[in-house]
Ligand binder design. Sequence first.
Ligand code: ZN
Ligand code: ZN
Ligand code: FE
Length: 758
Amino acid sequence: MNAAATERAKLIVRGAVQGVGFRPFVHRHATELHLRGWVRNSAQGVFIDVEGTGDTVREFVHRIESEKPPRAVIQSIECSFLEASGYERFEIRESDDSGGKSALILPDMATCEDCAREIFDPANRRYRYPFTNCTNCGPRFSIIESLPYDRANTTMKRFTMCPECEREYHDPSNRRFHAQPNACPRCGPQLALWDATGYVLATRNEALMEAAQLIREGKILALKGVGGFQLFVDARSEQAVMRLRARKRREEKPFALMAPSLDHARYECDIPEDEEHLLVSPESPIVLLRKLWRSRLAHSVAPGNPYLGIMLPYSPLHHLLLREFNFPVVATSGNLSDEPICIDENEALERLCGIADYLLVHDRPIERHVDDSIARVICGREQILRRARGYAPLPLHMDAPLPPILAVGAHMKTTVAFSAGQEIFISQHIGDLESEPAHAAFRKTAADLPRLYDAAPVEIACDMHPDYLSTQFAARLHAPSHRVQHHYAHVLACMAENELAAPVLGVSWDGTGLGTDNTVWGGEFLLVKEAGFERAGHLRTFRLPGGDAAAKQPRRSAVGLLFEIFGEDVWDRDEVPGDFSGPEMRLMQQMLARRVNVPLTSSAGRLFDAVSSLTGLRQVASFEGQAAMELEFAAYPDVKTFYPFSIRGKVPMIIDWEPLILEMMHDILAQTDIGVISAQFHNTLAEIIVAIAERVGEPNVVLTGGCFQNRLLTERAVERLNTAGFLPHWHQRIPPNDGGIAPGQIIAAARAMKERVS
Ligand code: ZN
Ligand code: ZN
Ligand code: FE
């Protein structure tokens, strides 16, 4: 960080922070650090907005967390970095009660230090009790059935507190005062170990110890956690991990890990300070970390991937179980590939019986599935890639009230969102709407949010694609539906979390999304205006042989790209990937010749696929994004050169990748190192973004869409936009992928309503 540069951060602090001297505490630290900005109470928590030079803002954030007033209970701190706004002093602003007191549901929080100490203290009455919690930690969103948040409205209602728990619950000086899930070994939920048929092998602590032994023996354990089942195996055992892959039908997609402690995680991965902060936070997400050479974990945990996704124990059950190991375990969601996570033990017997050898279950029901979240640090800021446990259903705070709108997302990585007052509540990650169980989870979640917040949506916002199950679902609801262009929704979501007003240039790059001209978009430059948007530019289109099937076969994107350059002559060229079967090849030739099932696309994701195939990296993908990931990982970050490209036309401008591809094919023929080719490809895309930004001339540029999960692309684009004098923005609290579509859809629908009345 440049010592003179101004940084600005927005914080939302939730918990018991009102009436405990929190605002004076904030004021004192802000003025000590010479920060400017303001602090304000609201029904949603304490809002803080500060700016200052050098590292002072980061120091401030650190102090808020570590030096809070004694009676303050912080349940969640959300921090985002924003463009400096030029505050002149620091002030305490009037409380804001506008928009009413919309009920706030907190996310599930990782075990606090006090509770963690108690469960390992033989003298404590909660010694080794796996369901210990307090006001500062424990389950919330995963157990709430309805509001208000009282024990009777949670899945804990079936457990009657013993006199001692009752006393804690009613004692204002106790850490468990009004802790709704309060429990102890005498009165609360208990563990049981089942075999794969549901036969009880052991209960309580004995169940836990036997489960640990089974994992040591290489068995697959299904564990009922906080928001659903997880599958655990010894991450050092190639055989155990491969067995899990075969049974889960998950070929190569990386598995997440749980490490017994920070030190264990540090043995496997490089953990810089910001990443460590994320790992130990109450949100406790899976954090993407660079793997170290000394790591002894099975190769099949994350084949060909330089990163590992690691989390730390976040419930007492996890703490107790992981304490038995001296090594990380695979901790992946308890489901078949592409299905939602399983939450009920009897359902688990059915759905996980072909996967798990044993089940470690308990009798605290899970009201709704909440997966483990995935996060990382990019360009010095946190970025959530999968938003679920620890984050859902925290809202995105808007500066003006919105009408109640339900947004149902797109098709992949679906989330739904619901607006109430100034908040847009975002659901937990649901997943791809491919299977019936996923669709059922989607319907349940879409009904869940309006019910919890007790408001009927006046409009349903959905994608423009008529074939998406989410779109069809929207059409069947009672309220009118409003169809939102996919890439426009991406851009609006990114603008909202960065507090940007139109006009803004949105770089919206992903795999697929239906455009307003009925072609498949995905390499878009959208100029968001006061009202609506304009397609300022896009990547040159090419045909995708087989349509959606091409997403799973990067080699088909390569053929489509080459066909666009060479036409029918392509079939005589050596560059056409050689591993198609004879019939496959003939079918593709016919489809392209007759223009049947070869949709036109401007997709940046498919361009990545094509390049990954042409360079010989990946012809057939076993999971979404694999080809692009492998291309990213191959790049030499030190290479700064790039390929030529051209831009033609006005509105929209067409970015022609043909010069890029021709020169790259030349490099491939000359056997140039793939690390150089890949880096030059990424650099070219960053140059393209800058070139279009210069032609459009808007200072604010947002980077959004699944392609910006690519770290190299995002970092290069941010760096080049900065040096060219633009203000780049990217996602922090909302995922760049389709998990961020729903909040964008709400904003689009609200904008359209406003235009209709004015
Ligand atoms: Zn606690
Ligand atoms: Zn009790
Ligand atoms: Fe998308």
